[in-house]
Design a protein around this ligand. Structure first.
Ligand code: GLN
Ligand code: ZN
Length: 770
């Protein structure tokens, strides 16, 4: 029996990677210094896993920004528009690497970043590979080999991890509309051969090829490619052990396909789909090993050893111990690093004993191996009984159950009946109440969170300033923001969200049923990490959460200020959720808390309220057959949150990085008066869905890509607006950036938003002239 790990967090125990990469971007550290930080993190990870008894320790799971981008560089799939820059930066490979991820706007260059999107149903974002028709691949960067050699020098033989060739192509996007990236396989495969060849020559005996798409709905063509590709790899490398990793879903209709792949091991996600094991064992060939992903890589609760041992035992009966690997369900980059530092953090001891982070998950794998191999000794018995005791204490804890919440939830049907008039009636009433021009301009909510503002919060936490003084400081920032927005002529203002550490954490901290970690960071994209709250119990709002701030902002201006809330689905998606009740139930609890807040904002005189749901789409199940069920409860939750107010109150929602084509009906069913969406990186492509569907409500397609430090000029924004107005009628079109501005600096923000407002005015004049 082996312990297998698919990937370990690469951000470092104390977010060393974030600090180093940001310092590098600001020119504060050299290339060499950056490399050293990477080296140190990798070394620590390898030695830790070694000391915990992991047999298959991953390498090439490290990345300075994103492992898909690493793969793209490795395969030489650099889009043409960067080739000139590549030449220019030929002696600064890291500079070039980050330019692909973040865009490059200096020394006469002005190149936008590559597109970025969510990694399956996680909150991790990857850089989308981009293929041209005449795409050609070459073995360009030796990162996978270098890291293998690096570990070997420490005496550790790792298992290099690569994105499998079929999934790599499926992750990418073809520039030409009607070409299928999969057709590039013939050109791609030889490069994979080169990589595998070099890895094998360097001494790698196992290689992990991640093929998450194997657990998704596949076309016949993709299925055929899986067959031929792995046959070719096998023929070429009869002596190298290939492990194909699937995760985030069960294999389902692809079970036979997977079992027939001529590979040495398949990894199954048994957390998402425990039942597939039984079926898979019936068809698994006698020379294939199974990696049992039984430890949840996506959540923070302790493993239930009894259930896991059942699974291991059932596998043991059919395939024997020698062919079993014990593993976390997926790469641990989706889990926080280590629970140990939390022991002197804000988590209650009672909660702490219910949890496991990455390091503890590896320890769990070790325990499970121990229990499965020699389960009868006294030590083993204690391992098992300790584990079962902490699970039981969670089940019975009074921290979890709140009768008032459960009671209110039983009246949801009645609450749903009181809805608002239809959109057209509402629009008329809102027009009367809120005076707005054509193409109203607004922003998504947050303004730059400067080090100074964040510093106020840490000072408050450390008791160095009083709460009253903190409020005064934040208010002064709000005042500046309101003044500035009035000056440049925005139509709907925001207060700037300066008081928020994070759009979910802020609300979680004010709600009952949520807990917070000190250091539970997870990479979201690049150097952006999030620290998801932990939902452990029934959720209740005890006090208004935003009303004072918004009311204050509104008191400073005659222009409307948007109340700004995070929606129930997003709060749910971006938290670690309890696994002891359906997540829809947890979501409805949050929705009722948000509903109360929306009503309080209206009562306080706020005319426009935005409920952000950027995570609505990422919550979609990976298999289409399950979409409807999810969308139905997600829409219900949004409506529960948003419909407790009068017709005159304008409800906005915002979604970033969403593709709407296949869920547009449900987006319409949310029935928000205005929706602002991401669009600029995809050149307004996303709008097609809204146009074809004839989306009835107002839309603000983002015209400024805030995920890149690049500042768009007025003509560029005007061009995007023109494009948008070809598909969205004038009376429905809003003008806004594609997300909040908190990660940007003030100088870029000022310039870009000013350009945006000018572009909106230009549009208005254009329509008047016509
Ligand atoms: N209102 C939030 C902000 O502006 C929305 C962020 C998001 O969509 N991710 O920061
Ligand atoms: Zn957004």
């Amino acid at each position: 029996m082996l312990i297998n790990n698919l990937g370990y967090p690469r951000i470092g125990n104390n977010r060393e990677l974030k600090k180093a990469s940001e310092d590098f971007w600001q020119g504060k550290i050299t290339d060499n210094e950056l490399e050293l930080v990477g080296k140190e993190i990798r070394k620590n990870n390898w030695f830790l896993q070694k000391s915990l008894g992991v047999d298959l320790i991953p390498s090439n799971d490290f990345s300075f920004y994103d492992h898909v981008l690493d793969m793209t560089l490795c395969l030489g799939a650099i889009p043409d528009r960067y080739l000139c820059l590549k030449k220019y930066l030929k002696n600064e490979p890291n500079e070039f690497y980050f330019a692909l991820a973040r865009g490059y706007q200096k020394e006469g260059f002005d190149i936008p970043a590559m597109e970025m999107t969510k990694w399956f149903d996680t909150n991790y974002h990857y850089i989308v590979p981009e293929f041209s028709k005449s795409q050609h691949f070459v073995f360009n960067s030796k990162k996978p080999v270098n890291e293998f050699v690096e570990a070997k020098a420490f005496g550790i033989t790792t298992k290099p991890v690569l994105i499998g060739p079929v999934s790599y192509l499926m992750l990418g996007k073809s520039r030409q509309k009607d070409t299928d990236s999969l057709d590039l396989i013939a050109d791609l495969l030889p490069v994979y051969f080169d990589i595998i060849h070099e890895l094998a020559s360097a001494g790698a005996s196992w290689i992990q090829l991640d093929e998450p798409f194997l657990a998704l709905d596949l076309s016949q063509k993709a299925k055929d490619y899986f067959k031929t590709v792995y046959k070719d790899i096998r023929n070429k490398f009869p002596g190298t052990k290939i492990l194909v990793a699937t995760y985030f879903e069960g294999l389902r209709d692809n079970e036979t396909l997977a079992a027939e792949l001529p590979v040495d091991a398949i990894h199954l996600d048994l957390v998402r789909s425990p039942r597939q094991l039984e079926r898979f064992m019936k068809i698994v060939p006698s020379d294939m090993m199974l990696s049992l992903g039984i430890i949840d890589g996506r959540n923070i609760w302790k493993n239930d050893y009894r259930t896991s041992l059942e699974l291991i035992k059932s596998a043991h009966k059919v395939i024997g111990n020698e062919r079993i690997m014990i593993a976390p369900s997926c790469s641990l980059i989706h889990s926080p690093v280590d629970l140990e530092p939390e022991k002197n953090g804000p988590l209650l001891d009672e909660l702490l004993q219910w949890m496991a982070f990455s390091r503890q998950k590896i320890e769990e794998a070790r325990d499970l191996k121990e229990l499965a191999m020699n389960g009868s000794g006294r030590e083993s018995e204690k391992l098992l009984s300790d584990n079962q005791e902490s699970l039981l204490s969670r089940k019975k804890s009074s921290l979890i159950h709140n009768e008032i919440v459960k009671e209110r939830l039983s009246f949801i049907g009645d609450i749903e009946k009181n809805s608002r008039s239809d959109f057209h009636q509402r629009k008329l009433k809102q027009r009367k109440k809120i005076n707005l021009p054509l193409f109203p301009s607004t922003t998504i909510g947050s303004f730059p969170q400067t080090a100074e503002v964040r510093g106020w919060r840490s000072k408050l936490r450390r008791g160095e300033i009083t709460k009253d003084f903190y409020i005064e400081l934040v208010r002064s920032e709000i005042e500046k923001a309101i003044k500035w927005q009035e000056e440049i002529g925005l139509d709907v203002l925001v207060h700037g969200e300066f008081e928020r550490n994070d759009m979910v954490e802020y609300f979680g901290e004010l709600l009952q049923g949520f807990a917070f970690t000190k250091n539970g960071w997870i990479q979201s994209y690049g150097s952006r990490y999030v620290k998801p709250p932990i939902i452990y119990g029934d959720i209740q709002r005890n006090v208004p959460m935003t009303v004072d701030w918004i009311k204050y902002a509104q008191s400073l201006t005659d222009k409307p200020v948007k109340g700004m809330l995070t929606g129930p689905v997003t709060i749910l998606q971006w938290s670690f959720v309890r696994d002891d009740q359906p997540i829809s139930e947890t979501c409805f609890q949050i929705a009722l808390a948000v509903r109360d807040e929306v009503q309080d904002l209206e009562t306080a005189g706020i005319k426009i309220i935005q409920i952000d749901e950027p995570a609505l789409r990422e919550g979609l199940p990976l298999r289409k057959s399950e979409w409807k069920e999810y969308l139905d409860w997600a829409v219900k939750a949004f409506k529960l949150a948003s419909t407790g107010v009068h017709d005159e109150t304008q409800i906005h929602t915002h979604m970033c990085y969403s593709e709407f084509n296949d869920i547009i009906e449900h987006i319409a069913a949310l029935d928000a008066d205005v929706i602002t969406i991401e669009c600029s990186r995809s050149q307004m492509e996303l709008l097609d869905a809204f146009a074809v569907f004839n989306y009835p409500n107002d839309i603000g397609p983002g015209v400024y890509d805030i995920h890149s430090p690049r500042i768009p000029g007025e003509p560029e924004i005007s061009h995007l607006l023109e494009k948008a107005s070809e598909v969205i009628p004038a009376g429905q079109l809003w003008v806004n950036p594609d997300c909040g501005l908190k990660t940007r600096g003030w100088s870029e923000t000022r310039e870009a938003i000013t350009n945006m407002v000018v572009a909106a005015r230009q549009m208005r004049m254009g329509v008047l002239v016509k």
